[in-house]
Design a protein around this ligand. Structure first.
Ligand SMILES: *Cc1c(COP(=O)(O)O)cnc(C)c1O
Length: 383
């Protein structure tokens, strides 16, 4: 693979296994858990993440698109794979690779039925119903006719009914309860419409806050990666989660500049005292967003160092005046722990005015992911 980049997203497989087991402990031994691995497993790497969850007992996986499901199958992942955005042209592959599509259009149903008939099989599908999210899914009043249409396809059967909450993470919100009631009414209205069909609605926030809404299966995403869906949930949650991702880089150069020295493009920062700067080979091209200028901090030798001046495309400068001994070649931590220091995704999200989910996806998609197992410390990271 050539010379590895100075920047690496380090994923701890043991943390992912631990988080899956935490969710398992919370929901009990028999409930279904759909491990959500869409978006390259929130930046942690689709296949290694799915394998880690499988090692911890996961038997069902949620992806956004057919292509991701095919990748999982080709990597040897068995168990159920639910394609949460459904299939469009992908019906044939969904059948060939034994993926479970979510459906919300007649066209997709027809395409799946035709492919299943061709393959001589019966295909289970899950219907997505929109009880208030205003996103994917048929409307509640469309459910009856949609089910009637489904029954006309002998090669299809109803394997599940799913929905999703828009505000399960919002403190003091009542709409989730109302939407859940509507979901339950819909389910009650279709008793017997599918033998063995399951229902599911709970993302991480829902599974933490509303045990009565676990249904037959929960769909955790962010919690499996060791983050909480909202800051306030961290204090109250029964889940003890471990962040699965670190983002590290290497100091390129350390130098002393005098007071009054402008730093980086535009000289937006000017030193107030003789200052020791550590130049880091990381910038907005690596997901370290320019809008964090003036806010971001990194860890060096376990201590926090503020980033000075504009964050560039592939570089930024940390002020290490107060951290003795920093030199070129030292490891700097942008996300995660170093010594007694820790920078969490939530903090980076605040600097960049977004949510922890986006930070994980961003760092993961911009950088090489490497894997290690903190419960088997002798193994070197795998590129
Ligand atoms: C992404 C997603 C989830 C996981 O949500 P988290 O908040 O990350 O737990 C669950 N269900 C659906 C439909 C999703 O799109």
């Amino acid at each position: 693979m050539g010379t590895p980049s100075w920047n690496r997203v380090e994923v701890d497989r043991a943390a992912l296994r631990h988080n899956f087991r935490q969710v398992r402990k919370l929901v009990g031994p028999s409930l279904g858990i759909l491990a959500v691995v869409k978006a390259d497993a929130y930046g942690h790497g689709l296949i290694p993440a799915a394998q880690s969850f499988a090692e911890a007992g996961a038997t069902a996986f949620g992806v956004a698109e057919v292509e991701e499901g095919v990748c999982l199958r080709q990597a040897g992942i068995t168990g159920e794979i639910v394609v949460m955005l459904g299939v469009d042209q992908g019906a044939e592959e969904a059948v060939a690779y034994d993926l479970t599509p979510v459906v919300y259009t007649l066209e997709a149903m027809e395409a799946l039925a035709a492919c299943a008939a061709k393959g001589g099989c019966r295909k289970g599908v899950q219907i997505k119903v929109d009880v208030g999210m205003g996103r994917l899914g048929i409307l509640p009043r469309e459910l009856e006719p949609f089910l009637a249409a489904l029954r006309r396809f002998p090669n299809l059967y109803l394997a599940g009914i799913a929905s999703h909450f828009p505000k399960a993470d919002a403190e003091g919100d009542a709409t989730t309860t109302d939407q859940y009631r509507l979901f339950q009414e819909l389910l009650a209205g279709i008793q017997g419409a599918g033998d063995g069909r399951i229902s599911h609605i709970a993302n991480s926030a829902t599974l933490m806050r509303y045990p009565e809404m676990h249904c037959d299966m929960v769909r955790p995403g962010i919690s499996l990666y060791g983050c909480y869906p909202a800051d306030w949930l961290q204090q109250t949650s029964a889940l003890d989660l471990r962040p699965g991702m670190r983002f590290t880089t290497t100091v390129l150069q350390v130098k002393e500049v005098p007071a009054g020295q402008g730093v980086s493009y535009g000289h937006r920062y000017v030193t107030e005292r003789p200052t020791k700067l550590a130049v880091l080979p990381v910038g907005y091209a690596d997901g370290y967003l320019r809008r964090m200028t003036g806010k971001a901090e990194v860890l060096l030798a376990g201590h926090r160092a503020p980033i000075r001046g504009m964050i560039c495309m592939n570089a930024c400068m940390a002020d290490v005046t107060d951290i003795p001994g920093v030199k070129a070649g030292d490891a700097a931590v942008l996300l995660g722990c170093q010594g007694a220091g820790e920078i969490r995704a939530e903090e980076i999200a605040r600097w960049s005015e977004t949510i922890n989910y986006e930070i994980l996806c961003l760092f993961g998609s911009c950088n090489r992911q490497v894997y290690y197992d903190s419960e088997a410390p002798a193994t070197p990271p795998v590129y």
